[in-house]
Design a protein around this ligand. Structure first.
Ligand code: PMP
Length: 980
């Protein structure tokens, strides 16, 4: 049946749906599709279905769209507007009017970057998750695009081009064996067709939506993922490089299990084979279809490159992208190699456990200069030279080291250990085993004489040891299958003429799988593949047993770090900045990134006396060298520290308990207060944050009242924030405290807990007179008062050592953290003898790390530096200067609503309008990004994220403050609010 004209389809749209539009034809396999533009703007798609289409399938599609609109409105699919019947050429056809989804189809959006590929994975995951609750009888219809029925396509395999037929036969034939595993996975409705014409790319380059629910079937969701991977690979020289980000994006949204990953390579292949067969069948009936020819060319290329990579390696890569150990057997093999059951003999005639080697560095070595290793070893007085495992080397420059996976890349990372001894020395089998294979590989820079030994753990797990660069005679002295015993001499170290032209050495490399290869296994791989190959070829030192690790540090690029972070760290950890910083060093008030750029750090009040302060560092190192243990022994450092710390507090605060963090200190403080009073209830200030433990999220409105929180629990009462800027009583502190009295009257609490200046709430110092009145109200009912000085303590406020002192109150318990150890994890509770006594119930308080001598040494050093460098006075002086500068900026930038704080604990409240004080959240985020571009690190916080927090290391100089002001001035001007 010839397709009706666009004009006719437009007239149907008008007649059936009352839509007056111009129509443009869209491609379709069987259906007729047009885009309908209303007043020149694309508005709808009209689909007129083939008369032979099963009505239950049309019904399925309608119901899916209705389901998605109802249950997952955030998943972008075209919404169904209306359906109708139309008669044409004597056949009744279903016509469906769908909303037009804006965007460019994937196929026309240009080569995707990693972010777009990830977005595709996450879009498919979200759509399939939304479909999980959907059911319809037609989901199980016989369908040639349902992978679980794809074995049947073998019947059409004869239509397939001869070159691809073996692939089709093996792949589809192999599906039979996968079916039981597939059937064991939960079945659900899946989109099943994320191909390049069904994915919409938005103007920001991300994935804007998925089209076409015509292929939805019931299947395990991994089948839908396989479809997305299969198509994402097309057109890429390195198909895996495209597939992996899609998988990672899917996994981040909807975790993929190892069982699913074990099926994935075969399912990806199955989809490609299905595409080949279905296209061949279609080609028979429509030989002119050029689209088919082009896409099949890409499919063929993908199949060819996939065929070059062993299936096991593909699964390993998939597992790695999801953060699983690439080769699961590695764990068992390495565990056995490290166990007492494994007692290897030395591979060469040296005492590797005792003789220190000359460690070679080939990271920047020209290949022409490596020849004289032997003389370097002799000159060093060492007995052998060592080439390092995982070293990224510069010596591999010949064509033999060009990457076969991606053009322009090279293989540079060494996966064995090289032991340099003179040619002709004997080489021994370290364990009982058999010769798997032996060869002489004569190409320059290849292995020369090489043997692959096969071993097994006591549980029968096989593993292999490759020893290369041997003398040529090894091919005649060893034969495959031959048994070798631990300690047997099996070969001699080769001379350059027979070892691939290297200085004499042996290359020793472990393998936990052979990937279908033997003595041609690579000893050097691409840098991008290290994570996968570290699992295939673990560090052979488990066998060599040198007492010192000679593995160089891993130097990862930013994208690699981001990838690994996503795969192996929980996504609840956030990163600052749209383009996160890769910080590798700290120096005073500065942080340094991997490119050597220095950033002025206005965020980090933890590095209180400056990043990497030499006195703190050497105190830590000296004590760590001498002793680190717990509080169950007498030790002078903890006593000295407790006395020194207590001496900074007003009476009667004199008893110290040490913990590992501010959170732990707050948790302990609450336990003490609850034990001392026999009560449970805790009063806290609105928007307060007290820590990350369960007990503290419970008393932190900043957490329980924001994203992911579940509101206040029964043991907490939230008191009105005495915020002089936004609070309803302005600066009238005592008036806010009536709220504390009211809560106390209702249920007498265990404690009134407060930050002395609220940090996360937006650098808010309680209105004058509030704390004194609140303390009175709380104490009247017998409650204890706890001051959380984790953020603002240790002289930061300039006027006092502790911020509560500025309010004329003395708490019953004070909690400390962050700056206390200048970055070393330490926390403290300081309390009165009475509270400490009341906490003595007979239950021991033991904290493995709390109070250890190393932490106490760090704490002491911080107190010393504070004193000797007069940092409190310095904070007052530089803080005053900075605050004055910020106030001056506020005369020129109307976006600044308020400048507040004390010393070097300042806040700049950004507002959209000074009159209403409406928070300028977006402006704050922009300023933070712009300041970072200008080399100054800031953060924005508060319930609305509109307060710039300034709390730098206390060593910030006046010149640094000036730099900060100039940068802020520029950033504020760029957010477009100069009033002057
Ligand atoms: N109290 C306050 C006021 C804090 O700001 C924080 C940390 N931001 C904590 C307690 C918890 O400290 P830590 O993260 O060291 O456990």
């Amino acid at each position: 049946m010839t397709q009706p004209s666009a004009a006719l389809l437009a007239s149907w749209a008008a007649d059936l749906f009352g839509v007056a539009a111009s129509a443009t034809l869209l491609p379709g396999e069987l259906d007729w599709n047009v885009r309908l533009d209303v007043e020149g703007v694309p508005a709808y798609v009209l689909k007129v279905h083939h008369p032979a289409t099963d009505p239950s399938v049309l019904d399925l599609q309608d119901e899916i769209l209705a389901h998605l609109a109802r249950t997952a409105p955030e998943v972008a699919v075209p919404h169904l507007v209306a359906t109708a019947e139309v008669s044409f050429g004597g056949h009744a056809r279903r016509a469906r009017l769908l909303e037009w989804l804006p965007g460019t189809v994937w196929a026309e959006a240009g080569p995707p970057d990693e972010a777009r590929l990830r977005a595709l994975g996450s879009a498919v995951a979200r759509l399939d998750a939304a479909l999980a609750g959907f059911d319809h009888p037609a989901l199980d219809r016989p369908y040639r695009w349902n992978m679980q029925q794809a074995v049947a396509l073998l019947g059409d395999a004869s239509s397939v081009d001869e070159a691809l037929r073996p692939f089709v036969h093996t792949t589809l034939g192999g599906l039979d064996q996968l079916l039981p595993a597939l059937k064991a996975l939960p079945q659900q409705a899946i989109h099943n067709d994320a191909n390049e014409h069904n994915i919409l790319v938005g103007p920001d380059g991300g994935v804007a939506g998925l089209l076409d629910v015509g292929d939805v079937v019931r299947a395990p969701r991994v089948c839908g993922l396989a479809v997305a991977l299969a198509y994402a690979q097309l057109g890429h020289a390195d198909p895996m490089a495209a597939a992996l980000p899609v998988l990672a994006g899917y996994h981040a949204e909807s975790p993929v299990t190892p069982q699913e990953l074990a099926l994935l390579p075969d399912l990806v292949d199955a989809r490609l084979a299905m595409s080949v067969v279905n296209a061949a069948v279609q080609h028979r009936s429509d030989p002119e279809n050029s689209y088919l020819t082009i896409s099949q060319r890409q499919v063929r290329r993908a199949i060819e490159s996939i065929a070059r990579e062993p299936r096991e390696l593909r699964e390993a890569r998939f597992r790695d992208a999801c953060g699983y150990r690439p080769i699961p057997r590695e764990r068992r093999v390495v565990a056995w190699l490290q166990s007492a059951a494994c007692d290897p003999a030395p591979v060469i005639d040296r005492n590797l456990a005792a003789d220190p080697p000359l460690v070679l560095d080939w990271t920047r070595t020209d290949p022409t200069t490596v020849a004289d290793v032997g003389s370097q070893v002799s000159a060093s007085g060492r007995t052998f030279g060592l080439g390092r495992y995982r070293e990224d080397r510069d010596v591999y420059r010949s064509d033999a080291y060009a990457s076969s996976r991606s053009e322009g890349q090279r293989r540079t990372v060494h996966l064995g250990v090289d032991l340099f001894v003179p040619a002709g020395e004997p080489v021994f089998a370290p364990l009982d085993g058999t010769v798997h294979s032996v060869a002489y590989r004569s190409d320059p820079y290849d292995y020369g004489g090489v043997v692959l030994l096969e071993h097994a753990t006591d549980d029968g797990e096989p593993f292999w040891l490759l020893i290369g660069h041997l003398g040529r005679e090894v091919v005649s002295s060893l034969t495959p299958g031959q048994r070798v015993r631990r300690g047997d001499r099996i070969a001699w170290v080769g001379a350059p003429a027979e070892n691939g032209n290297w200085p004499p050495h042996v290359h020793v490399q472990l393998f936990v799988t052979l990937l279908g290869r033997s003595t041609d296994l690579p000893g050097v791989i691409e840098r991008a593949d290290i994570d996968v190959w570290e699992s295939i070829s673990p560090d052979p030192n488990v066998l060599l047993q040198m007492p010192v690790s000679h593995v160089p540090d891993r130097d990862r690029s930013k994208p690699e770090l981001a990838r690994r972070r996503r795969a192996n760290l929980a996504p609840a950890l956030s990163l600052s900045y749209a383009d996160p910083l890769h910080i590798v060093a700290g120096d005073g008030a500065y942080l340094v990134d991997a490119d050597g750029r220095r950033y002025l750090d206005l965020v980090n009040n933890v590095a209180h006396v400056g990043h990497g302060h030499p006195r703190v560092v050497s105190a830590l190192a000296a004590q760590a060298e001498l002793l680190n243990t717990n509080t169950r022994y007498l030790h002078g450092t903890i006593i000295e520290y407790a006395r020194r710390l207590a001496a900074t507090f007003p009476d009667p605060l004199s008893v110290v308990m040490l913990t590992n963090s501010g959170s732990e200190a707050n948790d302990l403080a609450l336990r003490m207060a609850r034990t001392a009073t026999g009560r449970e209830q805790v009063l806290v200030l609105d928007w307060a944050y007290h820590g990350n433990l369960g007990s503290l999220v419970e008393v932190s409105p900043y957490k329980f009242n924001r994203a992911g929180g579940s509101g206040p629990g029964p043991r907490v009462r939230v008191c009105e924030l005495p915020d002089p800027y936004r609070g309803r009583y302005g600066a009238d502190g005592p008036r806010y405290a009536t709220d504390v009295a009211a809560h106390c009257a209702d249920t007498p609490p265990a404690a009134f807990l407060h930050e002395s200046i609220l940090g996360c709430a937006g650098q808010i110092e309680p209105a004058p007179g509030y704390l004194a009145a609140a303390y009175d109200a709380a104490r009247e009912t017998g409650a204890l008062c706890i001051a959380d000085e984790v953020q603002c303590g240790f002289g930061r406020v300039g006027s006092h050592m502790w911020a509560f002192e500025a309010h004329g109150v003395v708490p019953d318990i004070v909690t400390l953290g962050k700056p206390i150890g200048n970055g070393h994890p330490l926390g403290a509770v300081v309390t009165t003898p009475a509270v400490a006594r009341a906490f003595q119930t007979g239950m021991e308080y033991f904290n493995t790390y709390g109070g250890n001598p190393v932490s106490c040494a760090a704490g002491l050093a911080v107190l010393d530096v504070l004193r000797d460098e007069r940092l409190m006075a310095h904070a007052a002086e530089v803080g005053t200067y900075l605050a004055a500068g910020l106030t001056e900026l506020s005369t020129r930038h109307a976006v600044i609503g308020d400048v507040r704080g004390r010393g070097l604990f300042l806040g700049v409240d950004l507002v959209e309008e000074r009159a209403t004080r409406r928070p300028a959240t977006e402006a704050a985020a922009r300023v933070v990004e712009l300041a970072r571009e200008g080399g100054v690190l800031l953060s924005a916080d508060g319930p609305h994220g509109n307060v710039l927090k300034i709390k730098p290391p206390m060593v910030l100089t006046r010149a640094d403050a000036e730099t900060a002001l100039v940068t802020l001035d520029r950033a504020l001007a760029m957010v477009g609010d100069v009033t002057a």
